[in-house]
Structures are given as structure tokens and as C-alpha cells.
Design a protein around this ligand. Sequence first.
Ligand code: CDP
Ligand code: MG
Length: 835
Amino acid sequence: VIPLSLQRRVESLIQDHYDRALLRSDRTNAMLQGNSTSEDVKEIQPFANQGSLIDAHVMEKILYRKSFRMKNLQRTWQESPEGSKMLNFRKSLPAYREKERLLSAIAHNQVIVISGETGCGKTTQLPQYVLESEIESGRGAFCNIICTQPRRISAMSVAERVSTERGENLGESVGYKVRLEGMRGKDTHLLFCTSGILLRRLLGDRNLNGVTHVFVDEIHERGMNEDFLLIVLKDLLSRRKDLRLILMSATLNAELFSNYFGDAPTIHIPGFTYPVRTHFLEDILESTGYKLTSSNQLDDYGQDKLWKTQRQLMPRKRKNQITSLVEDALKISSFECYGSRTRDSLANWNPDCIGFNLIEAVLCHICRKERPGAVLVFMTGWDDISCLRDQLKAHPLLGDPNRVSLLTCHGSMATSEQKLIFERPPPNVRKIVLATNMAEASITINDIVFVVDCGKAKETTYDALNNTPCLLPSWISKASARQRRGRAGRVQPGECYNLYPRCVYEAFNEYQLPELLRTPLNSLCLQIKSLQLDSIGEFLSAALQPPEPLAVQNAVDFLKMIGALDENENLTNLGKFLSMLPVDPKLGKMLIMGAVFRCLDPILTVVSGLSARDPFLLPQDKKDLAGTAKSRFSAKDYSDHMALVRAYEGWKDAEREGTAYEYCWRNFLSAQTLQAIHTLRKQFGYILKDANLVDLDARTCNSLSHNQSLVRAIICSGLFPGIASVVHRESSMSFKTMDDGQVLLYANSVNAKYQTIPYPWLVFGEKVKMNTVFIRDSTGVSDSIVMLFGGALTKGEMAGHLKMLDGYIDLFMDPSLAECFVQLKEELDKLIQKK
Ligand code: CDP
Ligand code: MG
């Protein structure tokens, strides 16, 4: 066991060397002295801000002339035939009736809160009203309006829509800016951006100079960034009396926000929606499920006999589809498990009960029996959506493109796909959109008549006590359920199929817990620190609903553990870099380390892989084959991360040779995910470049990429404290995490097939809590790597496992780095000998 005092000294030694390594480059120094040239920040600086460079009087003249031009342009468009047609459409939206009231409220109050049904015209109209009225009053060039969106895709699609409504191209008076992408010009006066972008802008420009109006949209979602923004903006309002803040929300929870801003006035936009009939699971089973068992529906499933014995549980071996449909129905129809209405018992309800087959059955029912109209299916996430889509594609009716147009709607979809969602399908073709909860409020599809709701959404939940984050599907709130249902009644009376029983609905929370209260605060605390606000705790206590002190403490501890904060909670050099990267601190650290230690290529792949889905497919019926295919990439590396690096590199080669398709097929790899990883790699590369950490063109950032041990060490540096010790006992192996918890390996981890692993530690990206805790992807690492790259040293029982450094120093082939670490080893050895 290493005594604590020694640990402390080793820790400070490592930190010291680490900081020195970071400081080595001139560019690094420039960064730390604040000469940031971050593109993101530069791009969002408003035009008016550049005025300080020119004589103020001349500037004003230029702006007045520009305003005059803007007014002429706007009038010309509004008087043109297309323009007036567009204007007529816009006048039909409920928001239009409130236009004057809204504009006058905005003029007379610093803060207002606006609520209204989704689709009533908040996002596309309100910022536009302000822009139009400013232009009309001849002050167009003086206004700078920012409207934040919680998601990239809504910022982009809304900006496009608004420019169309104004008869312009995107990037003229209306633009957008999301992370790593943007379209705005010197004439842009209305900018849609993600809330993250505005926060980053506030980092560099605390007063939001030149901005006249800030709209914060979708505040009802209570995203972390939005809650964070509100704290910062509230503080800013006292300094910028001329700034206008407009909060917009879909569901009615306006008092909360109004109270937060000292009883700011609220305006509700009344909307009209058609009634929507709700069917709960019990009704569906009666009307759909059981009908499906009668003869006319059976051909699709092929085996009618099974249905006649529907009351008996089918043996699992039977044809997959049928048995699980019956099982779904049976499991779900035995409602005992919902008996108690506490959230706990709900949490234990197996979400798999909402089988795809039930959704398939409901969709079949709609397509066969119901009137025309598009269907919107709410699912939990992209994994589910893509699996269900594949299943439906194989269905004789739902997979027939002449009868059904099957589309998906999720955060990472391409723009072309996005357009299809809004288009009307040809006559006699039914549009079915499989969507995440993104379609709940931020995107409006006009022709939806039927909604199928699985009642869950993937949300990060966070248990401060156990300090484990988990991204799990959990029950939505009543407000969300109402919102989802409402999507069916926009054009005519609609139908909503809730795939859960009424008693489950009754037990839903009224509103969803704000993200601030259910996610780890690591990233947030880092940002607060770099904003040089008060102490983290004090700052967060000003939130709408402040997080628990324990959660804040955990985040601070975590940041100390990875070396982003020092003992006194001040940002270290690493911390300063991390706060500049718009990524999770863990991933950020891995990227920085990859750049510093010049093995960027493999690290970019690993980080992208950790952010994307797993590209290794695991078909139920070919698990063994798929497992073998994956382990071909691992070559005694004892590393899933290295397997990914090899698979990705193989794919790139195959692409060059035009054999990518065969390559993926042969190796059970998802081409789509590899493509996503490829895109993410580029993005992460740009992020590093943007932060001036690497020069992507230079060979130097990869001069050590071939050094396997080094790459392993860098993976460890990012994933720590995600680490488990490997305990060999007789012929079996078990794994123990830092908090002494027992964990198991995922079946498709390359490490799961070994009897022994010649490494004392496994580092891993995430723990997933199911019945037991599993670790997904892991990499074996040695003691010395853990000591040098594992952040602060481990304490207590774990420390007993740590052997001292052995001959790992030759690892660092770059002379300057090697020097640094040879020195470190000597000092370490001395310390150990003294003991
Ligand atoms: O923000 P809110 O939900 O209140 O509505 P919105 O996004 O401003 O949309 C108002 C209306 O504009 C919708 O009802 C659609 O009819 C239309 N719209 C559209 O046609 N195409 C888009 N990309 C966005 C909105
Ligand atoms: Mg909206």
C-alpha cells in the first residue's frame, strides 16, 4: 500500500511534468495568455461590434445607409407576388394575431415570457417580427438578434425557413451558427444558434456587445445549457439595460420563468388544435392486438395456429416475430407490475415489453383500417429507430415503397433526409416517420394525423449518491405525453396510440426533471470556472432550480481527479484547454493528450468511436461469427479501442480500393457508423485546430502514432477514472472498479473471450447499469501507465494493486517527451526507495 503522503508527492510531480509538456509549444503559450482566435467566437461577433475600429460617426452614417437599403429590399419582397403569398401564409399563423401586443411588450420590458402551442409560429415568426419592425422603422442595421435553439438541426432548419419566408438566401439577413458549421454574412442581423454557441460567445464577450435581442427558445425543455444561459443572462441584464430577453416555451409553465426574472410579463399565444382521441395500451390490445389474431391479418405472419393458442406463452424457439408479438401482448396485458404507482416500480418495468412487434402491429392496423394521414412514431433513440426501420422494411405491407414512405427523424440526419419529412407523400402512399423526441416540439410536421408513442425518451439520468451517469430510456412526463399527442391534431382530428397503460400515464411526473438536476455537472463546472464567475457552488445556487451540493462536489472532485482543477479549485493549464474544447472533458483530455504526445490519428478514431455508436454489429443469430470477426481486429491487443482503430483503418483502405461494401459485410461492420466516425474525426480535428492545439497539415501530430503502448497510455489518460482491476482467481477472472463494485464485460468485448488477461487493469469508456453493471469497450493497461497517465493516484485498496514503475520509459520516443518522463521515473524511483 502506498502511503498517502508519497501519493501526493507523486501526484504533484506528475502534474508538474504534465504542465511542462503542455507548455512546450509557443502556440500553447499564446493560447494560455488569452490570444484566442477561436473561429466559433469570431464568427458570432455581430457586425456592429466591428464599429469600434472606425470612427463612430462615420460608422453611424454607414449603418443608416444600410438600414435604408434593408427597408427597400424588405418592401420589394413583401410587395412581390411570391412575397405577398408568403405573407398571407404567415398571417394565418396564430402568432400573427398577437404581433402588435408582442412587439409592444418587447419594447416596454426587458424580459418577457411567451408560451404557445407548438406550430403557432414562435420560433419562425417572433424573431422575424422584431427584425421586420426594426427594418421598417429604419434601424435595421442597428439591431442584432440572436435566437438560441437546443439542437443543431432545429437552428439550421429554422434559419433556412425564415430566409425563405423573407425571400432571401440563407446567410443574408438571416443566418445560423452551430458547432463547427455556420452560414452568416456581414449583413446577418438575425442569427439562429445553439445555446452552446451563445454560451461560448459569452466566454469571450461577457457583455454581448452589439446584441440587441436574445431569444431563448424551448425553455420548457429545461436543458442544461438553457438553464446555464439563464443564470448568465440574468446577471448580464443588470449591466446591459438596453438588452431585450425573450423566453419562449411550448407547454405552459410560464410562471416559473416569469418569477425567476422578477415577475416578467407573460404572453400566451392561443392556438387552435383539433381534438385527438387517445388509446392506451389496454384499448390497443383490445382493438388492435386481438383483431390481429383473427384470420384476415394472419397471412403476414404466416402461421395462424399460433394465434389460436394466444393465451399460452409461446416457446422462444418459434418463429421470432410471432412469438415475441404474442409475448408482448401477454406481458403487457398482465398489468400486475404496474399495480403500485410509485416511480420505483415503474423503473422496474421492462421497457422491452414495448416490443417492436407491437409497434409493427399498430402501424399495420393504421395502414389497413384508418383514414389517410401521416403517422409519427416516438421512439427512444437512433438505435431503436434503425432497428425498427430494418424490421419494417422487411414487412410485406409496411416495407412496400408504393404504399408506405418510411422516414426517420433524429438529431444526426442529413439535410436531404430532413426535407423529405416535411414533404407530402404521393397520393395513396402513407408517410410514417420514426422519430426521437426531437419531433416533440422543435420540429413541426404538418400532415401528421396519427401518433404512436412508446412513452419513453432517452435521457441522461444521474445518481449523485453513486456518482454514475446512465443514458437510459426513461418515462416521459405528462407534459411531454400531452405534447406528443398534440402533434396529431394539427390539420384535422387525430388519433394517439400510447403503448403504455393508463395507470402508467397517471404515474408520470407532471414535468420532466431539468437536465441540470439529472446529469453530471463536469462540463458545466469547467465552463463556470473559465467564465471566472464566483465559486461554482455559489454560481449554481442562482439557477432556476439549483442542483444538489453533492452533485456539484462530485463534479469538482472529478475535475480535480482528471487534473483540470488544482487543490484550490483553480483551473490548471489542462483545465484551460479543456474549457476551450466544446466536448466532454474526458474526451477533450484524450484529444489534448493525443495531440501533445503526437499520436493523433488513432486517438481521433477512439474519441469518435466513443461518441458514436458501436460500428461492430451483433446480429442475434450470428453472434459467434460476428464475435470472431471482431477479434480478428484485436491481435492480442486486449483492446476494443485498438480493434476499432484497426477496423476503421481497414475500412479506409477498402474504400480507396472500392471494396468497402464487401469489407463491412465480411467483418460485420456498420458502414453507416464508420461513416459517422469518419465525420466525427474530422470535426474533432477541427476543434483541436480551432483551439490552436494542432496544425492538422503537419506530419508531426502523428510521429508517434505507431507506438502502441503510447496510444494505450493516452486512452488510459482520457478514460481514467473508468478503470477496473483484473482479478485472476483460479481459472476465472473478475473485474473490480474504483468504488469496489464488481463489473462484467459485455459479451462482444474482445476481452470477454480470454481466460486470462496479461494486464493488471482495464480502462473503459462507460459503465452501463442493467441487472448487473457492465463495461462496454475496454483496453488492458499496465501499472506504470496507470501511474503516469491515470490522473491522480488511486487510493485505498486499489493502491495495493499498484506495482511500481517498470521499464516503460522507452515508450516515449520523442526526445523531449522521453526526457521529461525519464526524469520523472528517476524521481519516482527515488521517492519509492526512500520509503
Ligand atoms: O415555434 P413554433 O412551434 O411555435 O412554430 P414554428 O416552428 O415557428 O412554425 C410555425 C409554422 O411554420 C408551422 O406551423 C409550419 O406550418 C411552418 N413551418 C414550415 O412550413 N416549415 C418549417 N421548416 C418550419 C415551419
Ligand atoms: Mg419552435
